[in-house]
Ligand binder design. Structure first.
Ligand code: ADP
Ligand code: MG
Length: 295
């Protein structure tokens, strides 16, 4: 495209809150074939809240121990659990020997109790018994919660599973319509997430996405982008988090949600200032118009 048409294109983008960082990015958007969307904070609002606690009569002491570990984590799921404990006036205590395992969960010692919070992999790795009758029953119920698009987070105290909390994160208002517009433009849409497949499939269904890549470890997102690039497809990635940054850099076009972390924005070619996915539709339409003008 000519320098003038690029300037016009990026200028119109900026007016619409879509910052396109380079001429190359504006030009390659018109040949975008595959678009990978992060789930949490990109398709959903990234403001999770605890909606269900199993068992329903979980006592406040147990909730306090669980939240005392999570108060040391920066994960959005952790913040949801801490808020829940505060609402229930469960007193938070000091946690010792805290450790966080990316993509799995957290563990610490509180009041001389060993506490583990996270997904099944985390619990298994920390030698929590996930096979006794009570545990099997809790996991069965947690699958129903995942089928509603909620993230089940399990918690164990001294090696015994004591609770599963369901954490819901609402889909952004424009996600479904943006995805439908992108599909109309012939783009294959994928969802990628570290979350479990039950939860991911449910959210994908709510917004009309057929291709779901779930349970991806934090360092695995970039490798998935590389796989999709194998047939020389032009692959875009939209994400907001620290663990999206390598995938945003690997993609032909990295698109950051402007309400996300700085690292994601710095790794990207395009920033959606409002955080809305409709911004991607705007960027593609601008690119197509820019490329038409030069032919
Ligand atoms: P996402 O792609 O949603 O950002 P992550 O890779 O951060 O997912 O985490 C994947 C999964 O690991 C979460 O769905 C959750 O089950 C578990 N997990 C990670 N961190 C925590 C935490 N601090 N507390 C509880 N569970 C966690
Ligand atoms: Mg995210």
């Amino acid at each position: 495209a000519t320098p003038l048409s690029v300037t016009i294109g990026t200028g119109k983008g900026a007016q619409a809150g879509v910052l396109i960082r380079s001429a190359v990015a504006l030009e390659s958007l018109h040949s975008l074939k595959v678009l990978v969307l992060d789930k949490t904070g990109t398709i959903t609002a990234g403001k999770p809240t605890v909606t269900d606690i199993l068992p329903q009569n979980l006592d406040n002491d147990a909730l306090a121990l669980i939240a005392s570990v999570e108060q040391n984590s920066e994960h959005p799921l952790a913040q949801a659990i801490v808020s829940k404990a505060q609402q229930s006036s469960a007193p938070l205590k000091k946690a010792e020997h805290f450790k966080a395992v990316a993509g799995q969960g957290v563990a610490a010692t509180v009041d001389e109790h060993s506490v583990v919070v996270g997904n099944v992999t985390m619990l298994k790795n920390q030698h929590v018994n996930v096979e006794d009758e009570a545990a099997v029953d809790l996991f069965r119920q947690s699958r129903n919660l995942a089928a509603q698009g909620k993230t089940p987070v399990a918690a164990a105290i001294d090696g015994t599973l004591v609770a599963v909390m369901a954490i819901a994160d609402a889909v952004k208002g424009d996600s479904k319509s943006a995805i439908s517009e992108l599909k109309k433009r012939g783009i294959d849409i994928y969802m990628i997430t570290g979350d479990g497949s039950g939860t991911a499939e449910s959210i994908a269904q709510q917004v009309g996405i057929e291709h779901v890549i779930a349970e991806v470890p934090p360092e695995g997102k970039a490798a998935k982008i590389r796989e999709l690039q194998r047939n020389n497809a032009v692959v875009g990635m939209v994400g907001d988090g620290i663990n999206d940054a390598p995938a945003l850099a690997q993609a032909n076009i990295g698109i950051a949600v402007g309400t996300g972390t700085d690292i994601a924005i710095e790794s990207s070619d395009v920033t959606l200032m409002s955080g809305k996915l409709t911004g991607v539709v705007t960027a593609i339409d601008l690119s197509r118009a820019t490329m038409r003008n030069i032919r």
